[in-house]
Design a protein around this ligand. Sequence first.
Ligand SMILES: C[S@@+](CC[C@H](N)C(=O)[O-])C[C@H]1O[C@@H](n2cnc3c(N)ncnc32)[C@H](O)[C@@H]1O
Length: 427
Amino acid sequence: MNVLAELLAERTGLWFGAHNIDLLERGLVQLGTTLGQSPQALLERLRTDDPKSELWQKLVESVTVGETYLFRHPEQLALLSQRLVPERLVKGQRSLRAWSAGCATGEEAYSLAMVLHKAAPGCEVSVLGTDISQQALAVAARGKYGPNSQREPIPSAVRSLLLYHSEGSVEVVPQVRAQVELRPVNLVDEEQLQTVPGGFDFIFCRNVLIYFTKAHSQRVLRALRDRLQPGGVLVLTALDQREQVEGLMPQVLDGVPILRRMDAVKHTPTPRALPALPALPAKPLRLLSAHAEDIRQRAAEVKAAADQGDLHRASHLARRLLVAERTPEALHLLALILGEQGRHSEAEQLLTEALAVNPQYVQGHLSLGLLERPPHQKWRSAEHLHTVISLLAQRRDDELLHGPEPVQVAMARRLASAGLANLERRS
Ligand SMILES: C[S@@+](CC[C@H](N)C(=O)[O-])C[C@H]1O[C@@H](n2cnc3c(N)ncnc32)[C@H](O)[C@@H]1O
């Protein structure tokens, strides 16, 4: 493993493998340029510096990805307002506490606060937003967001909680901002974690564990579990690395996977028996775009190299494309080549990143759903295949789905159903 990657894994828990090592290398060069030091000199300093030093903080800032937006994963927020909050109110609870762990620039923390504010009128609501990146938290503190943070439609129920500015930005109203506390916490630093009290009703830790080593991911999951109230709910995404953690029970409510702190599992009604409630508006699927055309041309070059048996050149071309643009399609393309080379876990990481960029990237879910996995992780494949089917529910059979190569909706449906049947047979 790259020496810096090894240092980072050991001291921060951040995990850079062949699938994303270029992010790390780029971050190191950028930091060196800012500080006027060669990457080698920086590496030497990092070896001896305390991981809490300013230099380490700067490195972490330059290699972590703070991709986020308001009302991301709307189906999870719909579940929160329509099932999880009422569940607590029925028990007579009059205050609700949530933690957005790894909140980046704050969109997730404010989205939670707005949803809770509306779903539990008259209740005392508080949301803690934490992140390792102080730069990101400084942006969060402003509570003002441009178009890039407004990729999901703002649900009509919460529109009154935002101020709309003429240049297209939105600002969270002071009343909601007062319900959100922001502060730096490195989730793999025991000492910092100790500063976070327990007793949360809901913890959202989405698209964060994907950057951790398996061991750190486990440790963080246990720390999150311990900070939930009995019956409290932890929400991750399908992409976050997850091994089973004692005391956290996986459940699927209205088609949305959650983890519930064990104590109250036996009191929860069977989720599948309940009718699906209307979700917040979901983003429409993007079909073939001009960008996908370009990817297709480059994909043809990569494929030509692969067809000639030159996987080395194919992966080189695919990596060059990635440097130019880290789109889901480009990530997927390299994943296919690595898969051909038998490097399945790196391929999985790339696909995972593709879905972190666009959670509705159907071909990515399909590939992840069809990956070979050990029996105890089959639920992951099933989750991705179910996602394919639900994302395609309203699509016409002959529509084309973008990706390294276009795939017809009918074909994607068939592959997902066959994959699920196969999982069923082997269970
Ligand atoms: C892709 S963003 C996800 C933001 C938000 N949760 C969402 O899903 O929209 C990942 C965030 O995790 C943060 N992060 C990475 N490692 C962390 C750590 N060890 N402790 C706390 N935050 C961390 C990064 O700084 C980044 O802001």
